[in-house]
Design a protein around this ligand. Sequence first.
Ligand SMILES: Cc1cc2nc3c(=O)[nH]c(=O)nc-3n(C[C@H](O)[C@H](O)[C@H](O)COP(=O)(O)O)c2cc1C
Length: 384
Amino acid sequence: MTFSSLYSGKLVLAPMVRSGEIPTRLMALKYGADLVWSPEIVDKKLIKCERVVNEPLGTIDYLEKGGNTKFPGKSNLVFRTLPRKEKGKLIFQLGTANPELAVKAAKIVAGDVDGIDLNAGCPKPFSTHSGMGAALLSTPDLLESILKELVTNVGDSYKIPISVKIRLLDDKDSKPTVDLVHRLCKTGISNLTLHCRTRDMRNRQSPIRTFLPDIIEACRSHKVNFIINGALRNRVEFEEFQNTYGEDIGGMIAEGAECNPTCFSHKPLPWNQVIPEFISIAQSVDNYPGNTKYILLNQLPGKSPFYQKFAQCKSHEQLMEISNTVGEVGNKVLQKYLTKDVLLNPEQEQTDEPTKSSPESKRGTEHLDSFPQKKQKLEATQVA
Ligand SMILES: Cc1cc2nc3c(=O)[nH]c(=O)nc-3n(C[C@H](O)[C@H](O)[C@H](O)COP(=O)(O)O)c2cc1C
């Protein structure tokens, strides 16, 4: 298998800070994700970690040496993987703006993951403030040199592929993005993921797909695999993309999977089945309960009655108790409020009910699109 074929034609879970922790990844894999991306982890943080084999859980843990320096007393777990389930399918996403640090950090995890992805697409201040994420799109020389260093000093020595995730550079003209793609593909990377929005666009804005043929062609000319990202919701839609752009094209889902990690299956589960299974997976890998709750709450609008109930929980047991009351009522709540209800019932799109794809529903989706609001939710619900 070539490095590129690892990604070819795959439907994958996107990197998502907080939301893409191990329970989401395991559930996505169980329900048909071909590969899963870790949340972005920043080079300096990873460098401070030690690798610990967690025998009881069967996981490999990366723990911050000397404890959690940002929140003393809180968990110092930075990254956890369950090789029994993730081996062969886990891409680690790195946040960096420094070639040397990038290599040093990537070497720490290289033996436990199946690829290293460079984040050059996240526009959020926590990423861009030090020149990382989408800020790298404004420093193409640096971006190129990080990728070259990773390919030579990590990819080649550990025999794992290096990839990059970018955004569109311009919403009117394909040339700047196509030119950058050619440059990046020449660094020796195996895959390029394009979030089809510009740095200034928010997730609630429709992605721009008109440049795709040119960008895909550029990748193919270097034998670099291409993954499309942005407003892709489920496997059926992915197959439609493949019909349009070719079977070698991959697809990446973020918010759709955050909302329902079974969306990779041809038949995603309804919410009252997703929730208990998600909690039980989270429990089985000893996930931080505050993180499990955060992900559950991201699936719900604040005004739903279940939001308040979940928000008060402090343990997986309590979350499970509430999830057992969700039933059909919960599914209806979700159908009524949740922007991604189409994931649960694709036929819904044909009815008059507002869905994610209708303008009516878009007016109510802002809470899912912006990190600051999610942060507010988190602050309101943090487990003691
Ligand atoms: C909660 C959340 C966290 C995210 N964290 C990351 C990240 O760590 N790295 C990254 O490259 N993109 C991150 N993104 C962006 C997604 O990977 C993806 O590019 C974007 O949401 C568009 O995909 P979608 O339309 O399927 O949601 C994040 C998105 C969300 C919703």
